[in-house]
Design a protein around this ligand. Sequence first.
Ligand code: FAD
Ligand code: UDP
Length: 380
Amino acid sequence: MKFDYLITGAGIAGCVLAERLASQLNKKVIVIDKREHIGGNCYDYYNSAGVLIHKYGPHYFRTNLKHVFDYLSNFTDWHYVYYRVKAMVDGKLLPIPINLDTVNELYGYDFSSNELKKFFKINMVRVDEIKNSEEAIVSKIGRELFEKIYKAYTLKQWGVEPKELDVSVCERIPVRTNRDDRYFTDKYQAMPKYGYHKMFENMLKHPNVHIMLKTNYKEIKDDIRCKKHIYTGPIDEYFDYIYGRLPYRSLRFEHETLDVEFYQPVSQVNYPYDYDFTRVVESKHITGQKHHKTTIIREYPSDEGEPYYPVPAAKSRTIYERYRRKAERLKDVHFIGRLAEYKYLNMDQVVDRALRLFEALHVMEDDGKLNVFPGVSDGY
Ligand code: FAD
Ligand code: UDP
């Protein structure tokens, strides 16, 4: 069989591009993945107890991008849900992100929102130019709350102190002075009604799309002939680590199925400084599944294993920049997604970028030039 496009990686980036190229441009596409399933890190499945779980950590879909939500709605119905997270701090289960109730319950206060704003003002550390995740947080809420909620969690999760990480890492979590206890405030928050895997199956269900699982690009690259290649794996691996290895953070997942309907009150409980795991995730809270048993998953961060998190820091950015410049010179290979662009991207951002790359490829099919490369300084 002959193909127009080879897509390495059947994650959300690969699925969007395969779907668009096949259905809109009538291209013949082959999607390969070294894993035994499609969906990349968003993959979910029913375990042996029949509980729908997320294999690679909790995946809360949320977005403010209407076109992303509308696009995915072509392939799934939705289970509308707000995500809620708590943290075990000093023996108390407190709302995360930090809000009015977090501070009142932690210290036994009865602050109003205005009093909490004053409390933060008194405790905040003045920083002239915020350069890292530690400064980002202490300059908002002060050192004590930073140490209780962020410092040890971040050290466990990333293996380095918050002061070694970009501002953007800890700033992913807002600080609130009201009582809103939703993890996110995005306009669209919902889970694919029948799971992510079903949604990806629907995306790839097209006669022009051929899927090959358990297939590593490195092993087949000399045997497969395609005009164009979309690559969504780690960029340093693609170039055989010529500029050195990019750091990635990984996780080990420990599953436990229990004979109770629910184990904890919300889908995620963080343990900032107790235990070696960072969080316990119970997906039934977000999938909406009714089942007399439940499965919980403890996450243990690690340097070894699958590359789940690019590390947003100055050193890794310098190495990535060299790879990016090399990638940019390859005319018929496009690098997209969390690993190929080495960016801490959420699902909706990846879908947005994949749709933009598709538009650029569409133009190029018409006039022979690629006008937009989505990996370049576009605000994420
Ligand atoms: P991936 O999903 O990583 O897909 C890349 C695919 O390429 C993989 O399937 C891999 O096997 C394959 N591959 C790599 N190299 C090769 C090779 N050489 N040959 C063949 N195949 C190869 N986002 C959210 O929006 N909300 C969340 O709540 C959320 N939670 C997350 C929790 C965790 C623990 C993690 C790790 C991520 C989370 N994300 C979340 C981010 C989300 O997973 C990513 O944005 C998304 O999966 C990125 O899609 P992708 O296609 O770029 O990459
Ligand atoms: N974080 C923290 N304490 C928490 C929650 C988050 O210190 O209770 C920090 C930590 O550095 C984490 C980052 O904020 O890696 C981003 O959190 P998020 O929940 O977005 O992480 P992800 O779901 O991507 O692992």
